[in-house]
Design a protein around this ligand. Structure first.
Ligand code: ADP
Ligand code: ZN
Length: 292
């Protein structure tokens, strides 16, 4: 089967063709400009590939509720050209095939449970720390949506007593994204994360916030594995610092074999940065099954 997959991001649209085994045959990247310019490029590419079904993991917030009149829309995004844009409708109309749709991070979570290191697990969290912070949640064998979809990048944080940065989120200032996403690091320290690699205090503070967020997510969702992706996690020293903060801030309250083995519990993505695209392939297959 030829399947289309789209990882729709704020800076680039990664389009791919693959199959139900998660194999990827070809992949292109198109800069995210406006729907008027970017959509026709993607549609043309997918049309030329003769796909049977398409899956989209999309930046958000989005409306994933099939019973809602705005199902398939990108909703209140700060990327104004895409605000209230019916991305699923546009693809359905032009490609005439089923279109599966979810958040980018739910897509990545699905990629990891279907094809990656979380295969077979029923409860996982995928957290990305990049330009923004987002969490995908797979709970009891299904992607979690609820009222909307998880927005765990915006959970409110207890500030570190020595952190005097005001926070960058326009809604909450000092939520996780406002304190710990790439742009917050840059605003607090005056340089991009990548240029701060040798500054220990930067990464200790960063781990303090990510660790705190993970403790909350562990307590609420009881995941069996936590996968941390995104540009900021490319800092090699982050992972050990984050695990140490989780251990410290959990303070021994939860005693499980996973908590005793944080090296295998809190991990980096396993699919060579294809977890989002592979998840989109699975979204496409699932949608095709549903519409049969
Ligand atoms: P996006 O979130 O836009 O999809 P990324 O996940 O690559 O993309 O995140 C980009 C953010 O991560 C930027 O704020 C950038 O400064 C930061 N970043 C990227 N690489 C690194 C790195 N090696 N170390 C620290 N920060 C990084
Ligand atoms: Zn926020």
């Amino acid at each position: 089967m030829r399947i289309g997959a789209l990882e729709a991001g704020g800076t680039k649209m990664v389009c791919a063709i693959g199959n139900e085994k998660g194999e990827i045959f070809e992949k292109i990247s198109i800069p995210t400009k406006t729907p008027e310019t970017t959509m026709p490029e993607m549609i043309q590419w997918f049309q030329s590939k003769k796909i049977e079904t398409l899956g989209i993991g999309c930046f958000g917030p989005i409306d994933p509720d099939k019973d809602s009149p705005t199902y398939g829309y990108i909703t209140s995004t700060p990327k104004l050209a895409w605000k209230d844009y019916n991305i699923v409708g546009a693809f359905e109309e032009q490609l005439c095939c089923p279109v599966g749709f979810d958040t980018d991070v739910n897509g990545s979570a699905l990629g990891e449970v279907t094809f990656g290191q979380a295969k077979g697990k029923k409860n996982i969290v995928y957290l990305t720390v990049g330009t923004g912070v987002g969490a995908g949640v797979y709970a009891e064998g299904k992607l979690l949506h609820g009222m909307l979809h998880p927005e765990a990048g915006h959970i409110l944080m207890r500030k570190h007593p020595e952190d005097h940065y005001e926070g960058k989120c326009p809604y909450h200032k000092t939520c996780l994204e406002g304190l710990a996403a790439g742009p917050a690091i840059e605003a607090r320290w005056g340089k991009k994360g990548i240029e701060l690699a040798d500054k220990k205090e930067v990464w200790e503070l960063e781990a303090y916030y990510i660790g705190q967020a993970l403790v909350d997510l562990i307590l609420v969702l009881s995941p069996e594995k936590i996968i941390l992706g995104g540009g900021v996690m490319h800092q090699e020293h982050m992972m050990p610092l984050v695990r140490e903060e989780v251990r410290k801030q959990m303070a021994g309250y939860i005693k499980t074999k996973q908590m005793d083995d944080l090296d295998n519990y809190i991990v980096l993505p396993s699919l060579n940065d294809n977890q989002g695209i592979m998840g989109a392939l699975k979204l496409a297959v699932d949608e095709l099954e549903l519409e049969k």
